[in-house]
Design a protein around this ligand. Structure first.
Ligand code: ZN
Length: 246
């Protein structure tokens, strides 16, 4: 019986190491995910800016086309005005002169409107070109950063994966050193993916993690008989206190 208790204490120590290794693997996998997300975030930003740059380019083409069209209309109006002025000397009656003046005023109004609109288009083109410059400037820097971050992340992930493989090997080795019911307790606890720690102790008759009261029968079973128990409230594996002192 004493030998069995001693053995159980050793098994509990192994179980504790197994659970802490498994916790470390979870943490490392979380870090790995975090690293990959760093790249993904930057890729999304680059993608957004590339789309923005494409949209600005389309807008600029439309604006330039609009500018050229209006400019050619303006040139035609200018020709009309000159033609009108040439015709002026052939006008004889007052009626003809009045109609001539009226037409000239109308053409002039159209011309002013066009000039105003051309000015606005130019302003718009200027602001789009500025946005395009900023967008491309960002893309240049971001693509450089992406390259640097990708290399950095690749290195980190290689290290993380190496560590995980080492821990997994150690887990396989340790599992072969404990009896089936301890192995089952490990698998069960590991699967629950409990936050912070998957283990607790009895402290003043309570679970050290969630303060749930452990009844005296269970307490004796854990501390004296060194049997496997999980907290009824938080499900953590309750380790016998003796494993700290032995
Ligand atoms: Zn608990």
């Amino acid at each position: 019986m004493v030998l069995q208790l001693k053995m159980n204490l050793e098994y509990f120590k192994i179980l504790r190491e197994l659970l802490s290794l498994s916790q470390k693997i979870d943490d490392l996998n979380f870090n790995k995910k975090d690293e990959l997300e760093r790249i993904q975030r930057l890729k999304t930003l680059i993608n957004d800016h590339e789309n923005q740059s494409k949209e600005i380019k389309i807008d600029l083409n439309t604006l330039n086309q609009e500018y050229l069209n209006k400019e050619s209309i303006l040139a035609k109006l200018q020709q009309q005005i000159e033609q009108h002025k040439k015709n002026e000397k052939n006008l004889v009656t007052q009626q003809e002169l009045d109609s001539y003046q009226l037409q000239l005023v109308k053409i002039d109004e159209q011309k002013n409107e066009l000039e105003e609109s051309l000015f606005l288009i130019l302003e718009n083109i200027e602001s789009k070109e500025k946005a395009m410059f900023e967008c491309n400037d960002f893309l240049l820097g971001a693509k450089e950063s992406l390259l640097e971050i990708s290399n950095d992340v690749k290195e980190k992930i290689k290290l993380i994966e190496g560590e995980i493989i080492d821990y997994e090997k150690r887990i396989i080795l340790l599992q072969s050193e404990i009896p089936t019911h301890f192995k089952k307790a490990f698998e069960k606890t590991k699967k629950m993916k409990l936050k912070k720690s998957s283990m607790s102790f009895i402290q003043n008759g309570q679970c050290s993690y969630c303060a749930y009261k452990v009844n005296s029968i269970d307490e004796t079973s854990i501390e004296t008989k060194l049997e496997i128990h999980h907290c009824q409230s938080c499900q953590r594996l309750i380790l016998p206190y003796a494993i700290n002192t032995n």
